[in-house]
Design a protein around this ligand. Structure first.
Ligand code: GLA
Length: 401
């Protein structure tokens, strides 16, 4: 009898332990990351001020709970005796555990960054060969999220390297979101659903809307370039494991229309929503985009289906995403450089993807319309659309029965 009880107890603990890891990201993770604005110029003070702002600006209430420090948090060398990573003592004089405690005291979660190679992209100590030791250190800091990059990884097999780190995190016993960042080079969507909760699908984003940004020694992608590259991989995302077309550039210098379009399309794509601006200084308009409840509800829909662009004749793109309870998001996006008159007949069109087996049949069903950005009731799909749409702006609608 005792033996049976013991076996049941073990079984129960293994199950609840693995459930802790399985349920980490039922919907796309939301938070803030330091990289897009600060690169390696980060500090304890920045974290504390950002954490405070995440709460007071309403970002936390809107769902942004992960505060993640990207590259640049470490000293240039590991501890010569223990081999442990060390937080840069100038930037983080009270150590990383104290920083994590502060973030947790605000009801937020805390994340860090490292790399599968021998160094991080900015040249700090990488994790190669130290996977289990680093995972234990992160667990001792009580972090909740690890972004794991792919620089200085020559000759390493990506699936093996990321799987090793994933196992090391589990062995350390503290549930952490594991965010793979190999820029899509090794097609993680094909093998990472049980390795981590999100994987980058592209090279680095920049605050250029539709084009590329010359960074001198390398070229960064424009926002829409990252969106385009999701075209054929949407079916790989779902609850617990998400395609990540990179962090948000909202509030980083593009126009309002472009910021709104960027956010709308990330929500349609069920992308992780990781703000990348200086939220201590954001304008009311930026805050309003980042915290729009209707748009976020589309991103966070529990069905977890990644939406996509459907073929359309003119340069107004049409993006759709099926939502729970036969609701749909449909986003008309004027990609051209001039204003367009958007004319669209719901009654004449069924749109979707045969390959994905997803069809929005407005030709057969009539839906009520909510305008996502104005939060206004906009009639039904019985009536055709005939409205002006500014350059790089969107008309995003939520359809319901
Ligand atoms: C890579 C990643 C970025 C960022 C930097 C840090 O380029 O793709 O998101 O983490 O490294 O050095």
């Amino acid at each position: 009898m005792k033996k049976i009880c013991f076996a049941l107890l073990i079984l129960f603990s293994v199950k609840t332990f693995s459930q802790k890891f399985e349920s980490l990201a039922p919907t796309p993770p939301m938070g803030w990351n330091s990289w897009n604005t600060f690169q390696t110029k980060i500090s304890e003070q920045l974290v504390m001020e950002t954490a405070d702002m995440m709460v007071s600006s309403g970002m936390k209430d809107a769902g942004y709970v992960y505060l993640v420090l990207d590259d640049g948090w470490m000293a240039m060398e590991r501890d010569s005796k223990t081999g442990d990573l060390i937080a840069d003592p100038k930037k983080f004089p009270h150590g990383m555990k104290a920083v994590a405690d502060y973030v947790h005291s605000k009801g937020l979660k805390f994340g860090l960054y490292n790399c599968a190679g021998t160094k991080t992209c900015a040249g700090y100590p990488g994790t190669r060969g130290y996977e289990y030791q680093d995972a234990r250190l992160y667990a001792s800091f009580e972090i909740d999220f690890l972004k794991f990059d792919w620089c200085y990884a020559e000759g390493i097999n990506a699936k093996e390297a990321y799987t090793t780190m994933s196992k090391a995190l589990r062995a350390a016993g503290r549930p952490m979101i594991f965010s793979l960042c190999d820029w899509g080079s090794n097609k993680p969507w094909q093998w990472a659903a049980n390795v981590g909760q999100m994987w980058r699908t592209t090279g680095d984003i920049s605050n250029v809307f539709d084009g590329i940004k010359d960074m001198g020694t390398w070229k960064a992608n424009g926002v829409m370039m990252n969106a385009d590259s999701q075209d054929t991989i949407g079916q790989y995302a779902g609850p617990g494991h998400w395609n990540d077309p990179d962090m948000l550039e909202i509030g980083n210098g593009m126009t309002m229309n472009e910021d709104r379009a960027h956010f709308s399309i990330w929500c349609i794509m069920a992308a992780p929503l990781i703000a990348g601006n200086d939220i201590r200084k954001m304008t009311k308009e930026t805050n309003a985009i980042l915290t729009n409840k209707n748009a976020i509800a589309i991103d966070q829909d529990t069905m977890g289906v990644e939406g996509f662009k459907v073929p359309n004749k003119d340069s107004v793109e049409v993006w759709i995403k099926p939502l729970s309870n036969d609701n749909w998001a449909i986003c008309f996006f004027n990609r051209s450089s001039s204003q367009k008159q958007l004319q669209y007949s719901f009654k004449a069109n069924a749109v979707g993807s045969a390959a994905r087996k997803i069809q929005l049949q407005t030709n057969k069903n009539t839906y009520k319309i909510l305008n996502v950005w104005t939060n206004k009731d906009a009639g039904t799909t019985a009536k055709d659309l005939n409205v002006p749409l500014a350059s790089h702006d969107v008309l995003m609608l939520r359809l319901s029965k």
